[in-house]
Ligand binder design. Structure first.
Ligand code: PEP
Ligand code: MN
Length: 330
């Protein structure tokens, strides 16, 4: 059940409603919206309770949500959630996250942070823990990588996002990063989802390689059910029968998710295509479908990149990419 509180409700009044529901063995998740707060209530909801709750002080309405995903559903927050990463408001601002696939060296990170900032990106990315298909491929600089990423971000005033692959590393990654990324391969790692759900950090949740939209939303529900409502979805392409692109960017999923959920959605045309020539057209298509922003791989010298060089843009390419998408982003 979703309880929508009246506009002028105070925090203690929301708390009183939650206490009342918790005394009935129901669990409550408060989502603070721009104009009003809603309470997602999980547990056995009877028709009587639904009727009663509408009579409680400061309650505007109580709605049953018949879908398996509840806290992420549009009914829960018709306004659309805005997720703050540093001073960037995802869901409101025009957002471009940019940086290398993997953090490699101090120089690489400083040069990249400077170039992407100058070109207009507002969040810096870089993987320190890399989930690679081969155990023999570069696995990332781990803790050292987190430090290099953060230092480069701080120097150019960019908040940073990086992937966490193991529940045991959530604490250390959260110490360095402004936003935690859950990669496609870990979208259904439920203990990892629960662990990031217990932090107060914004989470960038990539869609799994072969996940349905509902499975993706249920993964977001796992994070929100732990009390963290700062979730941003990211469509990064799914596996199809087409071998000429690395994945297939599911444009319809972007429009669909914007219809059924209040969470912001980003698109990752770099991982979707695997080809730098396709990054710009796919980015434009994603923005046209309603994406709230983009995440783009950028490297000082893509031919020398330790991972994902073929899909990475160099600085000149990224600068021209940013000016070419200007009219398309919000
Ligand atoms: C990444 O963004 O670095 C990454 C590994 O992406 P994905 O999980 O979408 O493959
Ligand atoms: Mn990559």
């Amino acid at each position: 059940m979703i309880i929508v509180m009246k506009k002028d409700t105070e925090t203690h009044e929301i708390k009183a409603v939650c206490e009342r529901l918790e005394s009935m063995n129901l669990s409550c998740h408060v989502i603070e919206g721009v104009n009003q707060s809603v309470i997602g209530v999980i547990g056995e909801i009877t028709d009587d309770l639904l009727e009663q709750a509408e009579q409680w002080s400061k309650v505007e309405k109580a709605l049953r949500v018949g879908k398996p995903y509840k806290l992420v559903s549009k009914e829960c927050q018709p306004d659309g959630t805005i997720v703050k990463v540093g001073s960037v408001q995802i869901g409101k601002d025009s957002v471009v996250i940019a940086g290398p696939c993997a953090v490699e060296t101090e120089d690489q990170m400083h040069l990249t942070a400077k170039a992407v900032k100058q070109a207009g990106a507002n969040i810096l990315r870089g993987g320190a823990f890399k989930p690679r298909t081969s155990p023999y491929a570069f696995q990332g600089l781990k803790q050292k990588g987190l430090q290099l990423l953060r230092e480069a971000g701080d120097e150019y005033g960019l908040p940073v996002v990086t992937e966490v692959v193991d529940p045991r590393d959530v604490e250390v990654v959260a110490k360095h990063a402004h936003m935690l990324q859950i990669g496609a391969r870990n979208m259904q790692n439920f203990s990892l989802l629960q662990e990031v759900g217990q932090t107060k950090k914004p989470v960038l949740l990539k869609r799994g390689l072969s996940s349905t939209v509902q499975e993706w939303l249920m993964a977001a529900e796992y994070i929100m059910a732990e009390g963290n409502s700062q979730v941003v979805l990211c469509e990064r392409g799914i596996r199809t029968f087409e071998p000429w692109t690395r994945n297939t960017l599911d444009i319809s999923a972007i429009a669909l998710v914007k219809e059924v959920s209040h969470l912001p959605v980003l698109a990752d045309p770099s991982h979707a295509s695997g080809k730098r020539s396709l990054v710009e057209p796919l980015a434009k298509a994603a923005l046209a479908a309603g994406a709230d922003g983009l995440i783009i791989e950028v490297h000082p010298n893509p031919d020398q990149a330790l991972s994902d060089g073929p899909q990475s843009l160099n600085f000149d390419e990224f600068t021209s990419f940013m000016s070419n998408i200007k009219g398309d982003s919000r």
